[in-house]
Design a protein around this ligand. Sequence first.
Ligand SMILES: NC(=O)c1ccc[n+]([C@@H]2O[C@H](COP(=O)([O-])OP(=O)(O)OC[C@H]3O[C@@H](n4cnc5c(N)ncnc54)[C@H](O)[C@@H]3O)[C@@H](O)[C@H]2O)c1
Ligand SMILES: [Zn+2]
Length: 370
Amino acid sequence: MTTARVLVDLGARKYPILIGSNTLGTLGIALRENCLTQRDAFIITNAEVGAHYFETVRVSLEGAGFRRVVRHDIPASEQGKNWDEFTKACAGMLEQFPDAGSIPLVILLGGGVVGDLGGFAAAVFRRGVPFVQIPTTLLSAVDSSVGGKVAVNFGGVKNIMGAFSQPRLVFCDLTVLKTLSAREVRSGTAEIVKYGVVCSESLFRELEDGAMERLLALDPATLTDIVAQCCRLKADVVERDEFDKLGIRNVLNFGHTIGHGLELSAGYALTHGEAIAIGMVAATRMAVQLGMVGEPIAQRLFALIQRAGLPMSFPETPGLFEQIIKAMQSDKKFRDGKNLFVLPTAIGAWEPRENVDWKLVEECVRSILS
Ligand SMILES: NC(=O)c1ccc[n+]([C@@H]2O[C@H](COP(=O)([O-])OP(=O)(O)OC[C@H]3O[C@@H](n4cnc5c(N)ncnc54)[C@H](O)[C@@H]3O)[C@@H](O)[C@H]2O)c1
Ligand SMILES: [Zn+2]
């Protein structure tokens, strides 16, 4: 299987995820086929991704009749996912498209940083203009491009300024992953392992049975299969709890409570996926301590994280522990003095826990500092 189509069925806001290989040159046709009839396009990307893929996108759009294709670059890292860059993207849209008669299609060409920041800009420009996600990292293909959570970091808190705004289409050409660094490919596998642990035992087993190594080698059939499975799993969650109000969507936060705290405190030394891998280790230790899951399951998860080449700990430096705790206490899900932990109860099952004894939380955070 080298192509797949996943529908995110949100009624009036439903959209397809088109997964394929060597398809970027057909983007323009796909947009028109999906009723995106805009005359102009505003492409948000970064220097790294733009250097590889902007021209292909531009030529494809012009071939499909787009008249103006404007490019806007943001910095190529998590440090650039901030309010200043967000307002620059908004200013760029307003400057280039001041006329209400020429609202562009916003196209987000990049990883999760481009998708989150650019999606937020599209969500608020003129109270929302249509946008399309073109994920170019494994992480964004399996996770951030789907589901409509768009945001930037602000005041030292991850994703605290944002919106819910669904894309009109997710267009995923897996061939673009060939230019991604090995480190970023590994990083993407962290969210895939996350889906396996809390949503799907069969996915977890597939990873254990060799799909992990085939993924890391970017085997096209494995990539298509696993990306489609993850998108389907995420779509199922989002379809049941689009606005994160019912507690169902919390499942996607496995590894993220301590992981986000570490990601923010490590001074950008870790990718998002690396921080989440370490966060999953800490959360699973917590689940074992609470008697929610047995040690053998924890060992299976740790083995898979190691096979992915992802870290299980981070070097301790003076003050780091305190910084992580502080960051966790300003997490956007911190409520009434408590963090929300998503903890596994088996492979493919989870439960939320809000009343974890603070001593145990601290013990689990200490356990990931080496
Ligand atoms: N909205 C959501 O639901 C959601 C879910 C998960 C993660 N996220 C967010 O996603 C972000 C992480 O995204 P990411 O891991 O994609 O990182 P990223 O967007 O920072 O990209 C990682 C690096 O890879 C480079 N790159 C991207 N595509 C490339 C390609 N094809 N070839 C060569 N280089 C390429 C980028 O320039 C960057 O340097 C975090 O901010 C995280 O909070 C959001
Ligand atoms: Zn994540």
